[in-house]
Design a protein around this ligand. Structure first.
Ligand code: DNO
Length: 355
């Protein structure tokens, strides 16, 4: 069980606090200040590892090493960025890292229309309501930045998004097939490094898993996963299964997806969270407490899909609400995620003892 941590400078949550959550043994973290595309320096990785391990936690999962847009769009500069990525994989492997979470989403990483949506119990959570999505991506960026309470949001690097027009222009001729071809080019280049150094790549789903702003999306559902799997047949070409992201499309049978990909050993990393649909058509949702009864996903079935298959990979609670007056990062406060850990571990213990 891991817990995401944004680093000493950037996270009000302390490693010492994470260490006290029962059953958490890993900090899931990253060097957030290395610009996308640059090599992660060995000394900076060593410092980060030192901070994590001296707090009594493991340093085996990185989230994320982001992929440069030139790789995603297949620009001529991609080979240099790929070489840098290979070097980063090697550097992380030498520090004992086993899994790297990454994504292949165009322009935006995850996307919401509200970062502090008020819930009836006085807590707040992130939400997505299609009618609140502006037509102009610049306006969305403004919405996200101003809702972020001064925190830099992962995947929303201001220096990258300052050039959003140019970014969109780069993707103008990239459809889903082209994006997948660019992913294949990337995987063909990095997989031998991953195999040699024993680091598994765990691709994160599109969040939300539907088309937005005319941008292509290639990891929305099971069919997409089968296509990605075929791009490079290896357990090192693997997935982060994010229950919330996939669950935001009610057509996705999340427990079935988990079962299938855990059985095939293609799911070394699970993000477990719940969401609640806000309308009849299930196109709007807000994030909720992890408990099944708090949202629309059946968390018992999700944990059961893992436990039934003797899951041995990494798992972390995902976005929680901000509760008890905490002024935490949107989605990443301490308390609700800690409650999530305890609940997930409770489900796990009960299911295992009943087997
Ligand atoms: C948001 C996260 C994402 C995720 C990346 C993985 O809260 O789920 O930023 O870390 O998509 O590359």
């Amino acid at each position: 069980m891991g817990f995401r941590w944004f680093g000493e400078q950037n996270d009000p949550v302390q490693l010492a606090e994470i260490r006290q959550i029962p059953g958490v043994s890993q900090a899931v973290t990253a060097l957030y200040d290395v610009p996308v595309g640059q090599v992660w320096p060995k000394d900076r990785i060593a410092q980060l590892k030192q901070a994590v391990t001296s707090a009594g936690l493991g340093f085996e999962v990185i989230e994320s090493v982001n992929v440069h847009d030139d790789i995603k769009t297949g620009q001529s500069g991609r080979d240099q960025y790929i070489e840098n990525y290979q070097q980063t994989i090697k550097n992380l492997a030498e520090a004992g890292v086993k899994v790297i979470c990454y994504n292949f989403m165009p322009v935006f990483d995850w996307l919401r229309t509200d970062l502090t949506y008020q819930l009836p119990d006085g807590s707040n959570a992130m939400a997505y309501q299609p009618e609140m999505l502006p037509d102009d991506p610049n306006e969305l960026i403004h919405q996200i930045m101003s809702g972020s309470k001064g925190f830099e949001m992962p995947g929303w690097e201001p220096e990258r998004l300052a050039h959003v027009q140019q970014l969109f222009a780069k993707y103008r001729h990239v459809d889903a097939d082209q994006l997948r071809a660019n992913l294949k080019y990337f995987l063909d280049a990095i997989m031998p490094t991953c195999e040699k150094y024993d680091v598994r790549m765990a691709m994160h789903p599109d969040d939300p898993p539907f088309l937005l702003f005319g941008l292509p999306r290639i990891y929305k559902n099971r069919d997409d996963m089968l296509k990605i799997e075929q791009l490079y047949e290896s357990p090192y070409n693997a997935f982060t299964i994010c229950t919330g992201s996939l669950g935001e499309n009610p057509q996705n049978d999340v427990p079935a997806i988990i079962r299938e990909f855990v059985q095939k050993d293609r799911a070394p990393f699970i993000h477990a969270r719940n969401i609640r649909f806000m309308n009849q058509t299930k196109t709007a949702f807000h994030e909720s407490a992890h408990l099944s009864s708090a949202g629309s996903l059946d968390m018992y079935e999700i944990v059961k899909a893992l436990a039934d298959n003797d899951y041995e990979g990494y798992l972390r609670p995902d976005h929680g609400r901000n509760i008890w007056g905490e002024q935490g990062r949107p989605g990443y406060g301490l308390y609700d995620r800690a409650l999530g850990v305890t609940y997930l571990n409770g489900l796990w213990e009960a299911i295992r003892k009943n087997q």
